[in-house]
Design a protein around this ligand. Sequence first.
Ligand SMILES: NC(=O)c1cnc(N)c2cc(Br)sc12
Length: 321
Amino acid sequence: MKDITFNEARHRVDELQELLWQYSHEYYVLDQPSVTDEEYDQLYYELVTLEEAFPELIHLDSPTQAVGGQLLEGFEKVAHSTPMMSLDDAFDIEELSAFDRRLQRLTASAYTYTAELKIDGLAINLRYEEGELVEAATRGDGTVGENVTENIKRIRMIPKKLTQAIDIEVRGEIYMPKRSFLELNQARELEGLEIFANPRNAAAGTIRNLDPSVTQRRKLSGFFYTIVQAEQYGVSSQDEALDLIEKLGLPVNQEHTQLQDIQDIVDYIEKYQEGRQALPYDIDGIVVKVNEFSIQNQAGFTARSPRWAVAYKFPAEEAET
Ligand SMILES: NC(=O)c1cnc(N)c2cc(Br)sc12
């Protein structure tokens, strides 16, 4: 940092604090960030650097102090063992049928589907060694995520120890139940703090907070649905994988089901498009997968997503009046 006077530093620190609070507001409350994460991080590190050079400029309301007092640099990066892919979207039944027709061209073998609720939360990768939780990482850009182990260890629903002392990686979604979300926003309003726009942002804002005591205080939960290299664990279908995940002690969403064809899937979609308001957590669609791993392996992946799965997306819910 070039030599600057105390006054120049004071002016720049005030400017940075103002900017970073505004950007945080846009990201967590309005869900409309006006800067990229990289731009935010750059300004954040400039502020941390200035505050380290001029400690008398550190104000308790500085964004760098929002993490429980210590000047933490940020999360370590974690390279995922295999990419955390995203899903192709389908917005209507015709697109779902096109997905099925593409699959039928890819294989002559018979196959079934599994349908699972698409949880509106934050994707997470958990690594267990000899049954002990050793690392939790966010999806990040799909190949590199953030090490959020200390936060995830403070979620009661996430087992720190599996029922079997094995090495395994599982993937799922961390979410904030609707009731926890309402309670959190009521408390924040009473404290004059900004409220979160939706449970997904509240979950993400909690998990990405550098102070683990924040996660401790907020009631998050999770559902798990993928075993990395699942066939090494003697399972040959998504249905069997979900059973094993549950047997290991991880929470599995019970609404999953095995279906024969697209018409069954249409019925399942209609059931949850209507019934999702009654669920205690937000969903933003249905994930449809080929059940048999042998067929998944035949179908393979495009650059960004599996050919053997699709996310049927529900229309965005009208903002609650
Ligand atoms: N059950 C599932 O596979 C599932 C549920 N909820 C989600 N948000 C996601 C995202 C991917 Br990618 S898969 C998946």
